[in-house]
Design a protein around this ligand. Structure first.
Ligand SMILES: NC(=O)c1ccc[n+]([C@@H]2O[C@H](COP(=O)([O-])OP(=O)(O)OC[C@H]3O[C@@H](n4cnc5c(N)ncnc54)[C@H](OP(=O)(O)O)[C@@H]3O)[C@@H](O)[C@H]2O)c1
Length: 316
């Protein structure tokens, strides 16, 4: 089957990204073919082709993307996903979906979760990578009901998930974000505080009895310094940016990277937890912008600015 897909043809900025027509491998037993209706972008997508993780020429041209939502076009044999048997016409979320910036993907059935009915394809495409990361970070910092947790970088893709999950689970959330996002964060049940000079004092004023745990979703020096200064029990600090100061200060690093905990089992189990939360109405995915697949370079240029609020999504 012919598909259209996005590739990086060399290492560099968003200009190295282009569309190609290519042949999709045939699905084999236990796999499904999914027509992509929406593909979410993530900072890791541009980190791969920007050279952040190395510049091995043998990886070029590099297909991009890690998560999609779409419709099952074909199955090989009887196949069952993590939530249910899969049939042609089912609406699914595929994660991980390497090469997901494309019109279709082939995936193992185990990676295709039934899409909640109460969300659009655009929203569904952005649920899993940020959601599983948020759950992993909150778990690593042992955030429980009644705790006060500091979430650094609360208005981004991962941050908006972490805020909603921590609030739903009964924690008090102090959320760093630029002022434009404070109303949204308040509406989600968090107490927003603007980042930048004087942050430590502002948080101490808000939480004179202290902060139990902190997660760093931004990797700035400030997020690392403030988290370490505020939380007495350093085993309750976690960062998802392994190259940031928080990791150098000893916060648990999560996800990719040499000394990071990938949290494979936690993240895999978190997928159905996320679906349940969406279906119950306690979790939403915020779509910041949509772009046509052909404009993936522009979408990644926007994302790389680091100031989006929710997901930037590609529509094939
Ligand atoms: N380890 C893992 O498993 C894992 C998984 C997912 C993501 N990540 C990494 O985590 C980071 C965040 O990912 P994301 O998808 O949430 O990114 P994102 O959607 O691009 O969000 C970044 C957010 O940070 C806010 N921000 C910018 N400067 C800030 C500052 N100094 N302090 C606090 N907030 C600030 C931005 O909003 P304003 O500019 O309006 O404040 C924006 O909303 C990226 O580096 C990504 O690669 C790691």
């Amino acid at each position: 089957m012919k598909i259209t897909a996005v590739v990086a043809t060399k290492y560099g900025g968003p200009d190295v990204v282009s569309l190609i027509d290519t042949e999709l491998v045939e699905p084999i037993s236990g796999q499904v073919l999914v027509e992509v209706r929406a593909a979410a972008t993530n900072p890791i997508d541009y980190k791969f082709f920007s050279g952040h993780y190395g510049d091995d020429p043998s990886k070029l041209p590099m297909r991009l993307g890690l998560e999609v939502a779409g419709v099952v076009l074909a199955t090989v044999g009887e196949v069952t996903g993590p939530s249910a048997p899969l049939h042609v016409g089912d609406e699914v979320i595929v994660y991980p979906a390497p090469g997901g910036y494309a019109t279709a993907v082939v995936t193992d059935a185990e990676l295709a979760v039934a899409k909640p009915q109460n969300m659009s394809f655009e929203e569904a495409s952005g649920l899993m990578l940020c959601g599983t990361t948020a759950i992993h970070a909150l778990r690593a910092a042992s955030v429980r009901a009644g705790n006060t947790v500091l979430i650094n970088g609360a208005s981004g893709g991962v941050g908006l998930m972490a805020v909603q999950i921590a609030v739903a689970d009964g924690a008090r959330v102090i959320a760093t974000a630029s002022t434009t996002q404070h109303e949204l964060l308040r509406s989600l049940g968090a107490e927003p505080v603007v980042y930048g000079g004087g942050l430590l004092e502002r948080i101490r004023e808000l939480a004179p009895d202290g902060v139990d745990a902190a997660i760093d979703l931004i990797g700035t020096d400030e997020a690392g310094d403030v988290s370490v200064a505020l939380v007495a029990d350093h085993s309750r600090l976690a960062t998802i940016v392994g190259s940031g100061k928080g990791a150098r200060l000893g916060m648990q690093a999560l996800g990719m990277g040499p000394n990071a905990d990938p949290g494979v089992a936690i993240r895999s189990a978190a997928r159905l937890d996320l679906v349940r939360r969406v279906e119950e109405g306690s979790l939403k995915v915020f779509v910041d912008a949509t772009f046509a697949l052909a404009d993936a370079g522009d979408a990644l240029r926007d994302l790389a600015q680091g100031h989006s609020h929710g997901k930037i999504v590609l529509i094939p």
